[in-house]
Design a protein around this ligand. Structure first.
Ligand SMILES: Cc1cc2nc3c(=O)[nH]c(=O)nc-3n(C[C@H](O)[C@H](O)[C@H](O)COP(=O)(O)OP(=O)(O)OC[C@H]3O[C@@H](n4cnc5c(N)ncnc54)[C@H](O)[C@@H]3O)c2cc1C
Length: 379
């Protein structure tokens, strides 16, 4: 609840980047009584059509953003994680933790464009100003910070939020000496397809030459991911994607084997090199703060990057609502976010190394379980 008698620490905010982090921050800051403007460089505000996995903490932050009922309706939620061998036989079932009341499931999945649409609908209903095809060409000055936009117009804002993703220009502007994101030697393949009747929750095939997993993203849809160890990433022609993916899946049985048999030139396949970057704290300078992948882009082993991006947005709004000054708000934000995001990035990299070295599945399961337990704690 905003105290209307108290002068807010932040009255106006500009959010650079309308992805998962930027939209979450816009909603949370708006609820804190801030006049928010959201800009995105993409004139069509598109996202690529891949599935993502949602953890229990991600479902809980979606609840705080008010999109959980729609996510449960249009996405998929189910408890637990099934770890299998490469022939499909089960190794272990890992529990996922409910919220205290037990009403929010422990895990799930959703198509990225669906999540984008649900957040964009909330933005629209909150009456937040969105400008597309726009970026920032100059940032500077004392509070309120002056911004010159790519169309030549100018604005002044108490707070500027850089939510412009892993290759953030805002990060480059704030911290030009930080190392650029680096490739971790793995490529992520994703195949979007009809849900196989045996895939009713997150299912990982461990112990084979690659890590493979499947997860429903709607009642009738699922995606399969495969992490390929590769020293250097080279783009593959779209027409060859299904051929290369079939080769990578060749030694797998079970449902993965069935998916391989069904691959065709029409298969919906997305390939991405895995890259990471992590900024030392603080993630802010002169009233400009980085959130989401701009501050901490993780590899996807813990399926928590989007969740951390949403949590950043929600926590930023809460800190602004509760603090007397902007600096207090940003310090409080760092206290609540830094260790949690560091854990996701570090443990995901650890898992990637274990995958590449072919470590026993049980070793990987232990890292996942320990990290999920930590992430279930309040922040
Ligand atoms: C292969 C892969 C699989 C993944 N799987 C999962 C998963 O299963 N679960 C999960 O939770 N997470 C997953 N993630 C992580 C997740 O996708 C990211 O953490 C999340 O998208 C970060 O959101 P963001 O808003 O910070 O950045 P982005 O989603 O990258 O959004 C950035 C936005 O900023 C805009 N922008 C960029 N530059 C500018 C600029 N200069 N000016 C204005 N706007 C700009 C872009 O157009 C975009 O809209 C995965 C990531 C990868 C690479």
């Amino acid at each position: 609840m905003v105290d209307v008698l108290k002068r807010p620490a932040v009255r106006t905010a500009l959010i650079i980047g309308g992805g998962i982090a930027g939209m979450s921050a816009a909603l949370s800051l708006r609820r804190a009584g801030v006049d928010v403007r959201l800009i995105d460089i993409d004139p069509d505000w598109k996202v690529y059509g891949a599935g993502i996995t949602i953890t229990g903490p991600t479902l809980r932050v979606m609840d705080r953003l008010g999109i959980l009922p729609a996510v449960l309706e249009e996405g998929y939620a189910a408890d637990g994680l099934l770890a299998c061998r490469s022939d499909g036989s089960v190794i272990a079932e890992i529990e996922t933790t409910h919220d205290g009341a037990g009403s929010i499931p422990g895990a799930g999945g959703i198509m990225r464009p669906v999540l984008h649409r649900l957040l964009a609908k909330e933005i629209d209903e909150a009456g937040i100003e969105v400008s597309l095809g726009l970026s920032v060409s100059e940032l500077g000055g004392d509070a309120p910070r002056r911004v010159r936009f790519s169309d030549g117009s100018e604005g002044r804002y108490d707070l500027i939020v850089g939510a412009d993703g892993i290759f953030s220009q805002t990060r480059q502007h704030l911290f030009p000496d930080l190392p650029a994101p680096h490739y971790v030697g793995q490529v992520c393949w994703r195949l979007m397809t009809e849900r196989h009747p045996d895939i009713t929750r997150r299912t990982y095939y461990l112990g084979g030459p690659m890590k493979v997993g499947m997860n429903p993203v709607a009642r009738d849809r699922m995606y399969m991911f495969l992490l390929e160890p590769l020293a250097a990433f080279a783009r593959i022609r779209d027409a060859d994607l299904h051929i290369r993916l079939a080769q990578l899946m060749s030694s797998y049985g079970g449902v993965v084997g069935e998916l391989r048999e069904a691959l065709s030139p029409q298969s919906s396949i997305v390939v991405r090199p895995l890259e990471t970057v992590f900024c030392p704290q603080p993630w802010y300078k002169n009233g400009v703060i980085l959130i989401g992948d701009a501050a901490h882009a993780t590899t996807p082993q813990l399926a928590s990057g989007a969740g951390m991006a949403m949590e950043d947005g929600v926590v930023l709004g809460e800190c602004v609502a509760q603090a007397a000054t902007l600096d207090d708000a940003l310090e409080a934000f760092m206290r609540r976010r830094y260790d949690r995001c560091a854990l996701v990035v570090e443990k995901s990299l650890t898992l990637g190394k274990l995958e590449k070295s072919g470590s026993p599945p049980i070793e990987q399961i232990r890292v996942v379980e320990a990290a999920l337990q930590q992430l279930n704690k309040p922040y």
